[in-house]
Design a protein around this ligand. Structure first.
Ligand code: PLP
Length: 404
């Protein structure tokens, strides 16, 4: 006899999971645009540039040369070496390529890392505002995210006092994202060091998501924001750095990210991946190798994209000050997002950031992402991975609508 119960009997693994809120806004923006509406999409989380030609050509050459089969699950040995060279710096001039695991995007590397260091009954400290995917990844590992918030006057960067207040012995790990999506905040080297030393003292794992580290607007051109590998190797016993080519090289669709950690953890993550996805796509690995091995001329093309993001950062911060002078924001020191406060515009009919973003997209034709997706409902996130015209028109339209 067939059951009349139509409930979707999914497992606890996915019962609570929600689609990514950032993707949901882009999808709505694309749908309205397809219907002929004039929509300025400032919700995107990816560079608006094409992948540089030299990288695309390397993938074409690789395919024509027969690079169409499996590679080792953790990646081509030459790519793991290239990643180790790319990540090496300062007190870590040489990294063991066996510590590198190449995955299908930094998101996948984060899954591998989180799933490998926390499990049932354990907690992970997640500083807010956070990238929307982090809490979901922690829950997929059947662990609990414990949200921590740094002081507003430090652009919400957490410090040891904040962590101490949240710590108990169920905490097994902390996730640090610098430069941050959504706020653009960048931790100083001293701040990273203090947090990693705090974690090391408590045998707490630190995972740093450094995917935007080469989009550092307050640093020297071509420089990298301070990160885990700027620290003394003695502090890195329980540390995983996650990075990738998606943002720096405009390669979001290629799906290549990577992690570096001690080799025994890397082996575990490689084994996990070997049962899930096996290797990241082989032609994409060749493309990533070309990106990381860029010569001087090719590198200048990559630097030009970073320079444009910096110019747009200056533009949007100035423009926000002009069109909505009373609105607070985090001045983005890195990445390509402007996180600004909108709670002053909440009304009975528009009581939160989701309603406000829906209202903005439908009535003003501007797509932003609600702050609630990042753990702070008072804000919205505007991406500046869009043309200068769109940024200017989008911000002006949003301001006219909000302050009407
Ligand atoms: N980490 C952060 C903070 C991000 O913003 C993103 C993409 O939006 C990722 C990781 C994912 O990168 P990838 O496309 O390489 O999976």
């Amino acid at each position: 006899m067939s059951s009349k119960n139509n409930d979707l009997n999914v497992s606890d693994n996915v019962r609570q999971i929600q689609p990514s809120a950032t993707i949901a806004v882009s999808t709505l923006a694309k749908k309205l645009k397809a219907e002929g509406r004039d929509i300025i999409n400032l919700g995107a989380g990816e560079p608006d540039f094409d992948t540089p030609a030299f990288i695309r050509q390397a993938a074409i050459d690789a395919i024509q040369g027969g690079a169409t089969r499996y590679t080792p699950a953790a990646g081509l040995p030459e790519l793991r070496q290239a990643v180790a060279r790319e990540l090496a710096r300062g007190p870590n001039p040489e990294l063991d390529p066996d510590g590198v695991v190449v995955s299908a995007g930094a998101k996948h590397s984060l899954f591998n890392a989180i799933f490998s260091v926390v499990g049932p009954g354990e907690e992970m400290l997640v500083p807010a505002p956070y990238w929307t995917t982090y809490p979901e990844l922690v829950r997929l590992a059947r662990a609990e995210p414990r949200v921590v918030v740094g002081p507003e006057d430090r652009d919400y960067r957490v410090d040891v006092d904040t962590l101490d207040a949240a710590y108990d012995d169920t905490v097994r790990a902390i996730l640090l994202n610098t430069p941050s999506n959504p706020s653009g905040a960048v931790y100083t080297l001293e701040e990273v060091e203090a947090i990693v030393a705090w974690a090391a003292d408590r045998h707490v794992w630190v995972i740093t998501d450094e995917i935007y580290n080469r989009l550092w607007h307050d640093g020297p051109e071509g420089g990298r924001a301070p990160g885990l590998l700027d620290l003394d190797p003695a502090l890195l016993d329980r540390a995983v750095v996650v990075d990738g080519v998606s943002k720096t090289y405009a390669m979001t669709g290629w799906r290549i990210g990577y992690s570096w950690s001690r080799t025994d953890l890397a082996k575990k993550m490689g084994a996990l991946q070997s049962h899930m996805t096996s290797n990241a796509a082989t032609p994409s690995q060749h493309a990533a190798m070309a990106a990381l091995g860029a010569n001087e001329e090719q590198r200048s093309e990559v630097l030009a994209m970073a320079r444009e993001f910096r110019a747009r950062r200056d533009l949007v911060v100035e423009l926000l000050g002009e069109v909505m002078p009373d609105v607070g924001c985090v001045r983005p020191a890195g990445a390509f997002y402007l996180f600004f406060r909108v709670d002053a515009f909440f009304t009975e009919a528009v009581p939160d950031s989701v309603a406000l973003c829906q209202n903005l997209i439908e009535e003003a034709g501007v797509a932003l992402v609600p702050g609630s997706a990042f753990g702070d409902d008072r804000y919205v996130r505007m991406s500046f991975a869009a043309s200068r015209d769109d940024l200017e028109n989008g911000l002006r339209r949003a301001a006219a609508h909000l302050t009407r």
